[in-house]
Design a protein around this ligand. Structure first.
Ligand SMILES: Nc1ncnc2c1ncn2[C@@H]1O[C@H](COP(=O)(O)OP(=O)(O)OP(=O)(O)O)[C@@H](O)[C@H]1O
Ligand SMILES: [Mg+2]
Length: 281
């Protein structure tokens, strides 16, 4: 296991930010951590990366207790957090040179990753003059420069335009194919469904669901329903009683069905149902 948490809790005064959470992330996985604002996602990343102490419970990263991570472990992980900044006065290229030196990475890799995140033509621009999305891509390039085994991404695409988001998703899948595992927090349900092998839904510091996106959605597909449009343009909905199946079959056999969809819940439907909260802000 690359990441393992056992009954991790964290209190801040009388606020319980995390309430006994447990999960594992295995080799080659993209693991999604979903939950509304304030549910404890960043706190979890801070604990597992050794930046914050848990009140109780233990977490291991790459086999090492998170509370005793050393340089050797840090060289194998990458972090994009909401606190990640850039050296505003250094240009884009030099921002990466600083990290290449710390992480003992050959400098020729800088150009490769700048091209990957679409910043090749911004090399000489001061990082402080980049747009929000460009800055985020620079932070991402920096986090992957040393080809980490495990990458922590805290809402990496929040506030970016759809084209940039799509490019960044492709980059994540490419990294995964090359053997990097990813721990990803997001509010974006489409992102989670598309990228994550497994995920956990967090609500007020408690994990309320875990599994693959499909498993989670199907587990909540209690009332199987189908929506269809007939060739005559009528929109009909069917449940799964014997009588309704009969009517549905008759329409199909008479070739009177133009479109048909099953109505299993989306991840967002599941979350709203289980918590009464919407994931999107
Ligand atoms: N240093 C701190 N001191 C006091 N309370 C804190 C501290 N850090 C986090 N909290 C509280 O812990 C809870 C969880 O916060 P956290 O930042 O982990 O949420 P999050 O899921 O990352 O939210 P968001 O989606 O808004 O980033 C919140 O109630 C927050 O106010
Ligand atoms: Mg957060």
């Amino acid at each position: 296991m690359l990441l393992e948490l056992k009954h991790v809790s964290r209190r801040f005064g009388n606020i319980t930010a995390l309430n006994g959470i447990s999960f594992t992330v295995g080799e080659g996985e993209i693991f999604g951590f979903l939950g509304p604002s304030g549910s404890g996602k960043t706190t979890t990343i801070n604990i597992v990366t050794g930046q914050l102490k848990p009140s109780s419970g233990v977490s291991y990263v790459l086999g090492r207790d998170s509370q005793s991570i050393d340089q050797q472990i840090y060289e194998q992980i990458g972090i994009v957090s909401d606190r990640s900044g850039v050296y505003e006065r250094l240009n884009v290229y030099d921002n990466l040179v600083v990290f290449a030196e710390i992480l003992k990475v050959p400098k020729d890799r800088i150009d490769y990753y700048l091209a990957k995140v679409g910043l090749a033509d911004r090399k000489k621009q001061p990082a402080g003059k980049l747009s929000k999305g460009q800055k985020q891509r620079l932070i991402l390039a920096r986090a992957i420069l040393h080809k980490p085994k495990l990458l922590f991404l805290d809402e990496p695409t929040s506030g970016l335009d759809p084209t940039t988001v799509r490019e960044i998703h492709e980059l994540f899948l490419e990294l995964k194919a090359q053997g990097t595992s990813i721990f990803l927090t997001t509010h974006n349900m489409e992102e989670a469904t598309k990228l994550c092998d497994r995920l956990a839904l967090l609500d007020r510091g408690t994990i309320i669901e875990q599994g693959s996106p499909r498993e989670i959605c199907l587990r909540h597909n209690t009332e199987k329903r189908f929506r269809l449009m007939t060739t005559a343009g009528d929109e009909l909905e069917f449940g799964s009683t014997a009588d309704e199946y009969d009517r549905l079959c008759r329409l199909l056999m008479r070739h009177e069905v133009e479109t048909i969809h099953s109505c299993e819940p989306t991840l967002e439907d599941v979350f709203v149902k289980v918590t009464g909260n919407s994931l999107t802000r």
